[in-house]
Design a protein around this ligand. Structure first.
Ligand code: FE
Length: 224
């Protein structure tokens, strides 16, 4: 099984000026690619080899395989992050909007909670909007940590808080990055799809399919 580096779902320059083409090229082609590369090196001698990246991340977290976890989770988080952005955002709407109003009072209050969480997060990591226990919550994770290892939590939205995500375009001004990111780039259609997944209406986003031999998948299935 091989972790792939999925193409961006838009052009490298599609998110400018909030995120420049230069940042996207480094971020996707160097940072994300390196997590994929190292993750694959660490997986090379695993038997049975897991068949999906979600399984690898959860296995590495349970087994305490820190280096594999860091690279696999960073690959997953970046794939999810690309999907969370759109050059043509619209929304939120419908059931998601109603729930945001119930939980946060207003979409603007959710923005404040999300941006504040990101600003106050010390060092590298990720800021998330998640669905859990029938409600919504804003939280942050450190370094490579991801919410897909948390029981009963469905990620709806994430923003990268590592300096490589914004330093070329916003220098040290994480607040300006987060505010303009929220206003200009959130893919609300994607967030709505994830919210539907949290309610059991679909499977939710998965990291793009990896190459895998049928016998590897069979062995893993038999081991379950
Ligand atoms: Fe990143």
């Amino acid at each position: 099984m091989t972790i792939i580096l999925p193409d961006l779902p838009y052009r490298y320059d599609a998110l400018a000026p909030v995120i420049s083409e230069t940042t996207m090229r480094f971020h996707h082609d160097k940072h994300h690619a390196r997590y994929v590369e190292v993750g694959n090196l660490l997986l090379a001698d695993k038997v049975p080899r897991p068949t999906d990246l979600e399984g690898i991340v959860r296995h590495a977290a349970r087994a305490g395989e820190v280096k594999l976890f860091n690279n696999a989770a960073q690959a997953w988080n970046h794939g999810f992050f690309w999907a969370c952005m759109s050059p043509n955002p619209a929304g939120p709407r419908g059931d998601l909007e109603r729930t945001i109003l119930e939980v946060f009072g207003d979409v603007a209050d959710l923005k404040t909670a999300f941006v504040t969480e990101g600003i106050n997060h010390f060092g590298s990591g990720w800021v998330w909007l998640v669905a859990k226990a029938g409600g919504l919550a804003v939280l942050s994770t450190h370094d490579a940590e991801t919410v897909i290892t948390q029981e009963g939590v469905t990620p709806l939205l994430v923003c990268d808080l590592w300096e490589h995500a914004y330093y070329l375009d916003h220098q040290n001004n994480r607040a300006a990055f987060l505010s303009s990111w929220w206003d200009g780039l959130v893919n609300w259609d994607f967030v709505e799809g994830q919210y539907a997944a949290a309610k059991g209406e679909n499977e939710g986003w998965r990291y793009p399919e990896v190459e895998g031999k049928a016998e590897d998948k069979l062995r893993v299935n038999q081991a379950r």
